[in-house]
Design a protein around this ligand. Structure first.
Ligand code: FAD
Length: 518
């Protein structure tokens, strides 16, 4: 017999080896010897009260063995000689589109402008140390896309859009810890992601798919509203049956190309702001109501904050406990920050994007002349502003949190995880009012919600501008572009995803749609 139970375990109990068996036997009123095993289905931490509680959802196997079969069996067939589907971009959307093609018996041909994960590392070092941004290989571009050197947080709100569990199981199949199947806030970490991504590439190659790195798509050849071919940066033209366009939200050249070719695009609302960084210890003390260091059984604490300022939301985005702030620009002449963390989340800082909603219909009247690219242009201008304020390198403009809110230049800054360095700047007056004044009110309100959060020991760093796509590439119900037969806009770049998991699920859906169309 199998029984599902909810169990609550405190910090002292959590240290005991067989605590789940003990609690289960007590709750069910059966001898512990009758329990064959206890399988954890879900684990979360509740730190809202003084006593931290681990909440477990478990399946208790009583006098019967626990089966050893996974929920999903991944069967990939040989597609070497199958019909081809071209996939542009090898981020989460492109990777999962390729895997799904193979499952369905089609041959994915992936074209990725960046390098493989190993070679990409060298270009990341060049950004951090020499402030040189390779426009084809950086924190956003290259094998695994923006998801590789990321935090690897795996939660998504897009539960209706696909099978989240299948993506998680597939990540485990490719080397992720099975802990992600039970954690309420699953996370992989930037040190583990490259190997998993490499394994996914190997699955694709082993079954007859193709992955071409350093291969940028520069044009689409359309005849009679049908996509006939794609052109690569070396001038080669490739005839295509169907193209899954999974180029991510930083492929500005793709948006500009489509716009120039009069292929329908729409401006999309998005969010921008800054990244805030606190000592992790401060966040732990607030969230776990402790003084000094957190208990070793507890992970670096996270937070999620939101406050309405006037008619716009100000909210935390991509919070990285025990993480690093990274330079996520995709070209020289811009400064963009983002966050990542290693699997153990053991760095001494906690960082998070704090962003303001930008309504493209109401907030950008001066940008109307850019049409569908108005949000993109605004984003570019803000990144250029950050570049100039930082001192025209990857050094980022920064301010102590309290100085930003109270409107004065910081005479000194706190230590920070951002490798290229910081330059004290008056961000309170430099940022457009639309963003700056809302952020200042938002931060003050956050200080009321989390006592200790509003502190001079925190820095804010500019700018957090690539939270989501400022452009939407429309598609019909069949997921095909309304004007161009054979073109399937996909993932975050199309405006259909906002993170690793939602992008992966959209990749699967677009592969299915492309196959259905052949
Ligand atoms: P992308 O990952 O952006 O991939 C697009 C790919 O297309 C890139 O590899 C690019 O090189 C390629 N490409 C672009 N143009 C061309 C072209 N013309 N020809 C050929 N190839 C091209 N999300 C989470 O869910 N959790 C996190 O913890 C998290 N942390 C992040 C941390 C950082 C530092 C960054 C930058 C992002 C983070 N994200 C996180 C966001 C997440 O990475 C993205 O939402 C996700 O990667 C989007 O997937 P995608 O496949 O749609 O696009």
């Amino acid at each position: 017999m199998v029984k599902e139970l909810q169990l609550r375990v405190n910090l002292v109990e959590e240290r005991k080896d067989n605590i789940l068996q003990l609690k289960a036997s007590k709750k069910l009123g059966i001898p512990i010897a009758d329990i064959t095993s206890v399988k954890v289905l879900r684990k979360s931490i509740d730190a809202r009260k003084k006593e931290v509680i681990f909440n477990y959802k478990v399946a208790v196997y009583i006098n019967e063995p626990q089966p050893d079969t996974p929920d999903y069996i991944f069967e990939y067939q040989d597609v070497s000689n199958a019909k081809e589907i071209h996939i542009v971009g090898f981020g989460p959307a492109g990777m999962y589109a390729a895997l799904r093609c193979i499952e369905l018996g089609y041959k994915p041909i992936v074209l990725e402008r960046g390098k493989n994960v190993q070679d990409r590392r060298r270009d990341l070092r060049a950004i951090n140390q020499f402030h040189e941004v390779n426009p084809d290989s950086n924190y956003c571009f290259g094998e695994g896309g923006a998801g590789t050197y990321s935090d690897g947080k795996l939660y998504t709100r897009s539960l209706k859009r696909g099978d989240v569990r299948k993506i998680f199981e597939n990540l485990v199949y490719h080397g992720a810890t099975d802990q992600i199947l039970v954690d309420a806030h699953p996370h992989i970490g930037t040190n583990k992601l490259p190997k998993i991504i490499q394994n996914i590439r190997e699955t694709i190659l082993k079954h007859g798919g193709e992955v071409h790195f350093e291969t940028r798509v520069t044009d689409f050849i359309v005849k009679n509203n049908k996509l006939q071919a794609i052109q690569l940066q070396n001038g080669t033209e490739m005839a295509v049956n169907a193209v899954v366009l999974a180029t991510g939200h930083s492929a500005r050249d793709i948006y500009e190309l489509l716009h120039k070719k009069d292929i329908l695009l729409q401006a999309k609302s998005f969010a921008m702001g800054v990244r805030v960084e606190h000592p992790q210890e401060i966040i732990d003390q607030i969230q776990y109501s402790c003084s000094g260091e957190r208990d070793e059984l507890l992970p670096a604490a996270a937070y999620s904050l939101v406050h309405q300022v006037g008619n716009r939301g100000v909210y935390s985005f991509c919070m990285c406990p025990g993480g690093f702030i990274v330079p996520a620009a995709t070209a020289n002449g811009e400064v963009v920050v983002n966050g990542m963390s290693p699997s153990r989340r053991n760095n001494k800082f906690a960082n998070s994007g704090i962003v303001v909603e930008i309504n493209v219909d109401k907030d950008l009247p001066k940008y109307e002349k850019y049409g569908a690219l108005k949000g993109l242009q605004y984003q570019k201008d803000l990144e250029k502003l950050a570049f100039n304020a930082g001192g025209k390198s990857q050094v980022a403009p920064a301010q102590r949190l309290t100085d930003f809110v109270e409107g004065r230049l910081s005479s000194s800054l706190n230590d920070c995880s951002y490798q290229p360095g910081l330059n004290s700047s008056p961000l309170h007056s430099l940022l457009p009012k639309l963003i700056g004044s809302r952020l200042r009110k938002g931060f003050a309100a956050f200080g009321q919600k989390m006592h200790g959060y509003y502190t001079a020991e925190a820095n804010i760093i500019g700018v957090e501008s690539r939270t989501s796509s400022p452009v939407n590439i429309p598609r019909k119900e069949s997921l095909e572009h309304p004007q161009i037969e054979g073109l399937f806009p996909c993932g975050e770049g199309g405006g259909y995803a906002g993170g690793i998991i939602s992008a992966a699920m959209d990749g699967e859906r677009c592969a299915e749609a492309a196959v259905a169309n052949l």
